[in-house]
Design a protein. Structure first.
Length: 141
């Protein structure tokens, strides 16, 4: 893998964390019935994070290949673990409304926001922007 692969992966990673920690974005995009882009749903947010980023083994590859530092992983580990263990109400991954009102999901968002803030404090300006800038989902539909 090249450094460009690493940079592209990190941009996607930071974007996924940003989307998964923004309750406002989730409320707007997951409940917007005027678009048909499947990305803007709970299922796709989770798939993008776990599947597209290939982090099923708790970041083993990324840590072993210096795509993520140990400090970065330590800052998001609790959130990552809570996210991995989350099951939506009635195990319905397509009921966005129930997920958005689930106290367990809201707790994961809180943990995520804290992790996001801590992670942002150690990133360079470019990466910090990817992690924290508000996403305008309407530009992607």
């Amino acid at each position: 893998m090249t450094s460009n692969d690493k940079n592209l992966w990190r941009a996607s990673w930071l974007g996924c964390i940003n989307q998964l920690t923004s309750l406002e974005l989730q409320k707007k995009s997951w409940n917007d019935r005027t678009h048909s882009n499947p990305h803007w749903s709970f299922v796709e947010f989770i798939c993008c994070y776990f599947d597209d980023l290939v982090i099923h083994e708790n970041y083993k590859y990324q840590l072993d290949n210096d795509w993520v530092t140990q400090k970065e992983y330590d800052l998001i580990e609790d959130w990552h673990t809570a996210l991995a263990k989350y099951n939506p109400p009635k195990n319905d991954h397509f009921d966005n409304e129930a997920i958005l009102n689930d106290p367990k999901w809201l707790e994961i968002i809180e943990i995520g926001v804290a992790a996001q803030n801590n992670l942002a404090s150690i990133l360079n300006d470019t990466e910090r922007k990817l992690l924290t800038e508000e996403t305008d989902y309407l530009k992607f539909i």
